[in-house]
Design a protein around this ligand. Sequence first.
Ligand SMILES: [Zn+2]
Length: 249
Amino acid sequence: MMLINICIFLILSVNIQPKNNKPFKKVDMNPFITFAGARFDVKENGESTNRYIWLHGDEQTARMALEHHIKKYQGIAFFIASKTREVPFKKTIIDPNRIFSRRGAYHALRKFKPDWGSTVLENALDELDEERKFFLDILMPAQGGKLISVHNNFRGYNVHKEKRRSQKISIKKDQNPRDFIICTHIDDYKILERSPFNVVLQNLPPEQDDGSLSWEALRRNVRYLNIETRLGYLTQQKKMLDFVEKNLK
Ligand SMILES: [Zn+2]
């Protein structure tokens, strides 16, 4: 709880006293927030309502692309402090992009701890519910703002695997199918379908919510964009971020 208080203090510059009444440590390093035991470093540039997030520690190209981007453009970017995809949580590990719903978190926890009893599991899910509320209140952009996440893929994952969940699809002949954008708003899609990049529109809830951030953004009617490229294709990912920044107002 204290970390959350610190983070709110640092980000919003509001004077919230920690519960134990000790003064805040002088924190000269980057502000951060925590969620599910993971720390997210926060980099802020200017006043824009745009929010950005890098969620998977093993997707280093996406981190570099976002670090470059947030120096150049305004908004607030959240970087997970991890080198691995899953992060430690209690006595297990968890995928940070599978815990944005209780259902998703249930399956994410069961994946690594199928033997956890129902009390332990319920307590962990209650804790995640509580933390998620704080985290999302800070992460989500104000009305009209965009939430942009950056990801990389390693092997088989590509735009064709998203077809089933998508309402509209625009695949470009000269683009690698592993580089693509997922968006949740039709107006953004209409611009992106005329871009050089592969894009799909996902503006209806899925049959089964897997706990990824995109579905939570959809529930909140937030303009969400996932910019996905092959690991190592930094120039491509920077170009896609640039296009979104310059063309989606
Ligand atoms: Zn990812």
